[in-house]
Design a protein around this ligand. Structure first.
Ligand code: SF4
Length: 358
């Protein structure tokens, strides 16, 4: 299935293109206290290793705004300052970051927005208009009664209009809600009304397990309709999990290819080796691989080789070991105790080869 992406404008966040035909960028947000520079840099470094392409940090006060300078110096990916309520914090942050995220529902009136826009213009950085169902403007809540997709879209269009009147067009939009249906409808509506790039997110999605599923459903529907230029999976978990989940969603839709795509059977009564243990070990030991490779782990050879035919490499288990195959051809036998080491070595060698061929 080839997904036709909707045409959006292209903006740049610290060198990462968002929108147009740029790859859908995977973002995350730190969970550290931004004022703790060392801890925040350490977490961002882990996010970078996991493939995070843009990172956002909460700016809660002046001290957090001041911390942005050393944080920016210590990391390699674009940095976004997340601002709520206090426009002055946006002004303090602008010199050190690659984008400012403001919430039109709580940033204040036109004068305050104008000052933020002027600071971003001076620095040549974009703004993310982050509409959130939980913090819509008072008058919109009165008009619609409760947060509806239309209320969220009106909030976004109002903010877009304000920024355009200020001759500012370097912006992307998010319309987040924790209710999947509300979110989907809001993004569908806005994508028919504007061509600014869209940042997708189901906010407060939940734990790593439930939140990933909720996000995959919501974002999967939108992405399959061609909507979305950058994503963040919001999880109540280590943010590295957000990046991993983000890439899995994009890989499933064949919108991005990064790292190992595991093809694994669910197992059944025919299984004769500890496959779940092997999978967990492989996931951990192969997390550093960035080259797209399909690795198939199958419990037995009943359907094994056939089901793993598309894989670059894999194992079909048997009694006390398994058959190693590459691109559908059996190339040897491996003892159970050696499966992990053999596969890791083979995959690393394959990845190196692929990188050389590029
Ligand atoms: S590959 Fe073998 S072990 Fe895995 S589900 Fe199929 S029959 Fe069962």
């Amino acid at each position: 299935m080839k997904i036709e992406r909707r045409k959006t404008r292209r903006i740049t966040v610290g060198g990462v293109a968002i929108g147009g035909d740029a790859p859908i960028a995977v973002q995350s947000m730190t969970t550290t206290d931004t004022r703790d520079v060392a801890a925040t840099i350490e977490q961002i470094k882990r996010l970078e290793l996991a493939g995070c392409e843009v990172v956002r940090v909460a700016v809660v006060d002046e001290e957090a705004a001041e911390a942005l300078k050393p944080i920016k110096a210590g990391i390699s990916i674009p940095l976004i300052a997340d601002i709520h309520y206090n426009y002055r914090l946006a002004l303090r942050s602008a010199p050190y970051v690659d984008c400012i995220r403001i919430n039109p529902g709580n940033i204040g009136g036109r004068d305050r927005v104008a000052q933020v826009v002027s600071a971003c213009k001076d620095r040549g950085i974009p703004i993310r208009i982050g509409v959130n169902a939980g913090s819509l403007e008072e008058d919109l809540l009165k008009k619609y009664g409760y947060p509806t997709p239309e209320a969220m879209v009106e909030s976004a269009l109002r903010a877009i209009g304000m920024l355009e009147e200020m001759d500012f067009r370097e912006m992307k939009l998010s319309l987040k809600a924790s209710h999947v249906g509300l979110c989907i409808e809001a993004y569908r509506l806005i994508s028919n009304k504007t061509d600014y790039p869209l940042h997708l997110g189901i906010t407060e999605a939940g734990t790593a397990f439930a939140g990933s599923i909720k996000s995959a459903v919501g974002m999967g529907i939108l992405l399959s309709e061609g909507i979305g230029d950058t994503i963040r999976i919001s999880l109540a978990a280590d943010p590295v999990e957000e990046v991993k989940a983000g890439f899995e969603i994009l890989k499933a839709l064949e919108l991005r290819h990064r790292g190992i795509n595991f093809i694994a059977c669910p197992t059944c009564g025919r299984l004769e080796f500890e496959m779940f243990k092997l999978m967990a070990e492989l996931e951990r030991r192969l997390s550093h691989i960035k080259t797209p490779l399909n690795v198939s782990i199958l419990g037995c050879a009943v359907n094994g080789i056939g089901e793993g035919m598309e894989a670059d490499i894999g194992i079909a288990g048997g009694k006390e070991g398994g058959l190693l195959f590459k691109r559908g051809k059996i190339v040897g036998k491996v003892k159970e105790s050696e499966m992990a080491d053999v596969l890791v070595a083979e995959v690393e060698a394959m990845a190196k080869e692929r990188e050389k061929e590029k």
